[in-house]
Design a protein around this ligand. Structure first.
Ligand code: DX5
Ligand code: ZN
Length: 217
């Protein structure tokens, strides 16, 4: 058993019963709550915004891992921090000034992360890996929950882990999209630190039991 973390993705929860869902996570072995923010521009879907992050925060007793799938994130990170984000993750594909964006998040006294779309190469992390707390590796094209895990993710995680070691970075690797019992063990073996799971957790009648299973891989 490894000492990895588990972060249920609230996108797959019952939004009409968010308080109940957040309390279920509080009572589970989950470490963080993953919160997906979509703008309908960077990704072809909308999800939730600042008032919902505030509502989740009111009940959450675990850190909010906020994944910004939005363009111009620098215009919004402060508001998401105020709403209760403990980690803010921006996509490398939308940041022309990524290093500045990461420092902006850190100046808000918040953990800073970068997310990589499935097609985005690992080399794009080379000059930022020393400054980030988190690397969110997308194992599906972002925008929707419940998609099929892309198999090239294993190799990519392995490459990112090597880069982290080579550069002496403290970054944790989180895997986002299609995570389940079929791929978790191998993901941890190649270097993942955090398993994010939406449909696999909330699609089950016993989500706490699934979180426990993911924690005990
Ligand atoms: C996808 C989101 C994911 C999603 C994961 O755009 O970033 O966090 O909620 O959901 P599953 O685990 O169902 O693929
Ligand atoms: Zn996400």
């Amino acid at each position: 058993m490894s000492n990895h973390l588990v972060a249920p993705s609230i996108l797959a929860a019952d939004f009409a019963n968010l308080e109940r869902e957040v309390k279920m996570i509080n009572d589970s072995e989950a470490d963080w709550i993953h919160v997906d923010v979509m703008d309908g521009v960077f990704v072809p879907n909308f999800s939730l915004g600042i008032p919902v992050v505030q509502a989740i925060k009111r009940h959450a007793r675990k850190p909010l891992d906020v994944h910004l799938m939005i363009i111009n994130p620098e215009q919004h990170v402060e508001a998401f921090r105020k709403a209760g984000a403990d980690h803010l993750i921006v996509h490398v594909e939308v940041c022309n000034h990524l290093q500045r964006n990461i420092q902006q998040i850190k100046s808000l006294n918040c953990k800073a992360g970068v997310a990589l779309n499935p097609h985005t190469p690992v080399v794009s992390l080379e000059n930022i890996i020393g400054e980030v707390d988190l690397v969110c590796v997308m194992a599906v094209n972002p925008g929707f929950g419940g998609q099929k895990f892309l198999e090239h993710t294993f190799q990519k995680v392995d490459q990112i882990k090597n880069l982290i070691i080579q550069k002496g970075s403290q970054a944790k690797i989180e895997i986002d999209g299609g995570v389940n019992m079929q791929n978790s063990k191998k993901l941890l073996e190649v270097g993942a630190d955090v398993l994010i799971a939406g449909n696999f957790v909330f699609g089950d009648r016993n989500p706490r039991g699934i979180i426990q299973q993911l924690k005990n891989v």
